[in-house]
Structure formats: C-alpha cells, structure tokens
Design a protein around this ligand. Structure first.
Ligand SMILES: [Zn+2]
Ligand SMILES: [Zn+2]
Length: 202
C-alpha cells in the first residue's frame, strides 16, 4: 500500500496558487487556502499574479477556455509543486458532451497537474460576498479532488458531486463522503478524517 508523504514523515505536498488576471479579494484567496489545507492537508503557496494567456481567449463567447488555461498553468507549475491551481474572476468554459462551449465554475483533469476555478459563476444569485467565497472554496476542493484522482460522486451532499453547471448545487454540499475518502486513500493520498471545514453545514 502506498503511504502519503505525511505518513512517511515527509513535509506535506505543495499546491501552488496562481492568480490569473485581475486579483481576487484577499478574503476569497484565503478561504480557498484554508479549505485546501483543512480538507487535503496540503501545503499551499501563492505565486505572483500573471495576466490571462491570450491563447485561451474564446472570442465567439468572449470568455476563456479552461482546458487552455490548464495547459498554461501546467507549464508554470514549480518543480517542487504537486499541483497548481489557477484563480480567476473571468468567465471560463470548456467542452461538455455535445456542448462545445459550456461555462464552468472550474476545471481539473483527473490525475492532472493543474486545475482552474473562477468566481464568475459563483456570484449567481449569491446572498453576499461570503456566500460567493464559500462556493469558490468548495469548487477548489472539487477540482483539486479531480487532480488527486477523484471522479464525480453520486452521493448527495458530497463535494465531488457533478454540479452540472448549476452553482446552487455547491450550496447543498459539505464534505467529501466516505466513498471519496476511501478512493483518495487507495490512491495514496491520506487526508484528515475530521476536517475543520470553513463553511456551515447545509
Ligand atoms: Zn467535476
Ligand atoms: Zn463522494
């Protein structure tokens, strides 16, 4: 059985946060950092802000293609980083099934090095800034979950449920379910059993 870095007595793995384009509020970034530390026990480091790559711009819908942002982020991941997470406020999209350009909250490749998340769709019908921030942090846990090998989960309330384009789904979610926790452990990622989650129970 594989043991996590922590179980082997090494320092925890690092995820780098890369702000893309206009800066998010400090409080938004902080909640994402807290969520990743609590749920995955990752060490989180921030990179200096960079502009969005022109190559990812999708002119017909005036937004950025998330999979192109993942390629950009992958190239920028420092060698000591296990993953890199892009944070942006612009609308991002990707191809989903038969829909070529589908707006998303975030995107992360299964077992991939990079994920990207956006506040743009998290703002929809949000009560206030805190609500937007909590949704963003849950999406961060979801997308990093994909990069750690977690597929979508059928269990209601699990952070790995497929949002299917509806940000309201995140409002019904709270933690990773036991099925997802077991999958992570089998993949060599041991995570805290009782995370101190920075959002209220739905
Ligand atoms: Zn997903
Ligand atoms: Zn689950």
């Amino acid at each position: 059985m594989l043991l996590s870095a922590e179980a082997r007595g090494e320092t925890p793995a690092t995820v780098y946060i890369q702000p893309l384009g206009a800066a998010l509020a400090d409080a938004d970034v902080e909640l994402v950092v807290t969520a990743l530390r609590e749920v995955y026990a990752l060490s989180v480091k921030q990179l200096p802000r960079v502009e969005l790559p022109a190559a990812a711009w999708y002119a017909p819908r005036k937004r950025y293609r998330a999979e192109k942002l993942l390629a950009f982020l992958t190239d920028r991941k420092p060698a000591d980083g296990m993953r890199i997470l892009g944070l942006t406020a612009v609308d991002i999209s990707t191809t989903k099934g038969k829909v070529f350009d589908w707006g998303v909250l975030g995107l992360g490749d299964l077992d991939g090095p990079a994920a990207v998340i956006s506040t743009f769709r998290a703002r929809k019908k949000a009560r206030d800034d805190r609500h937007v921030r909590e949704r963003l942090a849950k999406v961060a846990v979801h997308e990093i979950g994909h990069t750690l090998g977690l597929p979508h989960c059928p269990n209601a309330g699990c952070l790995m449920e497929d949002a299917e384009g509806t940000v309201g789904k995140t409002d019904t979610e709270y933690d990773l379910c036991s099925r997802c926790r077991t999958l992570l452990m089998e993949g060599g990622h041991s995570i805290p059993a009782m995370p101190n989650l920075p959002w209220p129970k739905p």
